[in-house]
Design a protein around this ligand. Sequence first.
Ligand code: ASP
Length: 439
Amino acid sequence: MLKVVKFGGSSLADAEHFAKVGDIIRAEEDRRYVIPSAPGRRFEGDTKVTDMLYHCWHLAKQGMDFTDTLKNIRARYDQIANGLGLQVDLDTEFAAIDRNLRELKGEDYAASRGEYLNGILMSAYLGFDFVDAADVIAFNELGEFDDRRTARLIADRLADVRHAVIPGFYGSLPDGTIHTFSRGGSDITGSLVAKAVHADLYENWTDVSGFLMADPHIIRDPVTIPTITYREMRELSYMGATVLHEDAVFPLRKEGIPINVRNTNCPDDPGTMVVESTCNKPRYTITGIGGKKGFASITIEKAMMNAEVGFGRRVLEVFEDTGMTFEHTPSGIDTFSVFVNQHEFEPHEQQIIAGLHRSVHPDMIELESDLALVAVVGRGMRRTRGTAGRIFSALAHAHVNVKMIDQGSSELNIIIGVENRDFETAIRAIYDIFVVAQL
Ligand code: ASP
């Protein structure tokens, strides 16, 4: 068994957390390749080291003094090194960072040092080899990720290395310039390493015990999802439930490598297994409930629109011309609605209305704002009759007015449009009927 293990910033925020992580890694010899993030927040209101490094960069770029911020960053690493009794030459490392910041070596270079230094400390703490991500994660001249070269570099570099620490989040361009993924990108590094070494499992350790069935800000102590498919996860992530970076999923999906999301603070919790497919029967009919507020709908009414060839295309073209994306397009015989992000829509409102009048000559256009979408997701829904009925009767009992219903043809999700103010009530009502009532 070969496992690649990635630890998020909150799992590596201080010496105490490092020690917990050390215990987790040492508990299984299979945990061979370790991907650390930069130290995250230790408490509410604290600043992540990555954000401090971005701040240093901005000061350096404006020719301002960044010494104090860099000292604060140094203090974070000193606490870890001293707390664990590590003998690491941080003076030399920080002198190089200071010099490179002054020489304006780049924003990505600055940001990447959080992971780099955590990697150095982690390898010293575990006695594992340190493999600089700049040597194995490759981008092309345009800064686009180079999949093939990366897979080869990792496989070659790790071929004879039993245990290694590879910092997350960054890599390099062909000329050696440091380049980062988008924020939260250590998840991607972990998945690339897992793919390249053909790992049996990619463990992603964070500060929650996996994916929850609903947002804990709305449902108190929601049930953890034991197994979720990549497709279900995509539906829920799109609707706001983010635990993993989206781009971390694709490399693994292709290889059929499962991800196990685990909690560093509760290492005995089994967490959530994210898999390509499974015949594991979910305990509940639904896998999870997601949702987002802040949508607007534009409903176009026109008699006989169903007989008009190209009607839908012309409507969507008006949105496309403004560079907007749309979320859903529920339609009736003589109505066609477009759900969009309200915030993005507002500046284009009048342009879109005028465009629709010119393009499709509607009988009426109706706008509605302050809408929310609730997504009920679950592979189990396909097999179960009456799921939609249960959802809508629960919503009716909770006095939630349903504005729109959209069931994807995959039968993996049902999306319900409600007013923003009914959002939480709707989620609670659905959670109650499918989960609380079954407990
Ligand atoms: N440290 C980086 C960030 O804060 C990357 C990561 O944590 O995955 O976004």
